[in-house]
Design a protein around this ligand. Sequence first.
Ligand SMILES: [Fe+2]
Length: 565
Amino acid sequence: MRVLGVNAVFHDPAAALVVDGEIAAAAEEERFTRRKHGKAPVPFSTWELPEQAMRWCLQAAGLTPSDLDAVAYSYDPALAPDDGGDVVADDWEGLRTLYAQRAPRFLRTALPGLDPACVQFVPHHVAHAASAHLAAPFADSAVLVLDGRGEAASHLAGRAEGGRLEVLAAQQLPHSLGLLYEEVTAHLGFRRSSDEYKVMAMASYGSPRWLRRFRDLVRVTDDGGFHVEPIEWTRFAPASSGGEDWTPAHADLASTVQARLEEVLLDLAGWLHDHTGQRTLTMAGGVALNCVANARLAAEGPFEQIWVQPAAGDAGTALGAALHVAAEAGDAVHPMTTAALGREWTDDELAAWLTTADIGYDRPDDIADAVAEVIAANGLVAWFQGRSEYGPRALGHRSLLANATRADNLKRLNDVKGREQFRPVAPMVLADRAAEIFDGRLPSPYMLFTHRIRPAWAERIPAVVHVDGTARIQTVADDTEPLVARMLRRLAARTGVPVVVNTSLNTAGRPMVDSPRDALECFGSAPVDALALGPYLVRRHSLTARPVPARAPTARGIPAREAVA
Ligand SMILES: [Fe+2]
């Protein structure tokens, strides 16, 4: 059957198309509209749909709205709290419910020809769960979903066997590990529901000095859930406006919340393991994007294998809802093998864009080798290849690449991207060389776990070594990512290092580049040395070797503390 999945309720609106159990297309609305996270996560925006992403999914498969057997909407308003018909009650929560109830009509307007009766509501956490256990390459697994909130809960723990999910526990609101993390994100001066990964990075600069108090404030319960007490954040550190007022106390608060989150995750995973007997864990929900916690779960938790949905945030519920409806209808669902599910352009179309831009380019014999040459000479390369990624990580299709052997490339990239200097950049590594350079479970193709860098390599790839000695790696295999793998082999042949810095192709506050136009605009406005647009190479100017500074960059606004220096 043909199922269009839609996420529209909170943030990261997205669409995904599943045809006869196969994932045909998936994309986030922000990549089309160029508005980061798609829309504001407020009740008033619930009616807004990922219109462009939906239309593109259909177009990519050659379908029209009337061809769809179902639209799977990743929120079930019947599970939302009863507002008694008062849409302004509880901070307009009733408005969110009302808009969600009316979604079939909004969908018919956005997709003329659609039968609104084919719209099915899928509970938010069931959609997250399906995005994990149905997309993972395992028939059976324990499933853990943790996010800010769904209709009335913030968590789901269950057992998936043969594509069927049995829910074993669900923590009701207001208790929420995702909202806890959002709160500390806002308190530290970052944007909530957006910048949580910055807290994770900042945590590495602090120590968890209030962990004992947070063990009282955030507790697991006997039924597989947890309780979170209201927290007076100013008792630990003053509210930050972001920027220059961070103190060691802010880093310690980030470290404390991160450490407590990891402990609670371990406890929840232990409960789930005891109650399922499964050896594999699949995970989704925004909390599952916490790669530091995931790595600790992999190292200390009871599961032999952990698979995390690359689009673990709400965008991924579009895919999960579609997979769920397809599986419930009896379709054999095929596992996800790549996150490259978005738009792509032919070579001729890319050449036409370059001609329109009236920009000089050439077509080297091998773009992978040409790019390796630029990176070896310490150039920054905008790398635009194949289908764009679904989910928040650049995984070798819309990437900004740099030389990992130069320590100054961390600051250089953070400057190019307008990021805080305390944030690390991540490496791509050839899968068959990864174990030599990084510890931890391998392969790791989706950048969802941190790995410790082996001592012999830390000095060789200083750009990607975070302050705590780890890196959030992406392993690149020849069979799944042949072009990126070849580029890494050519780079290793030149430099001896099968590692490249990989960060998402965008600049401050903008969504990841998706189209050739986005790539050209990004290239035209940032100090990037070359643009590899499919097989074509655009060079800024002839490269000269850049100086290498002796010292590692320090975190802006976080005074160095001896303990972590
Ligand atoms: Fe969610």
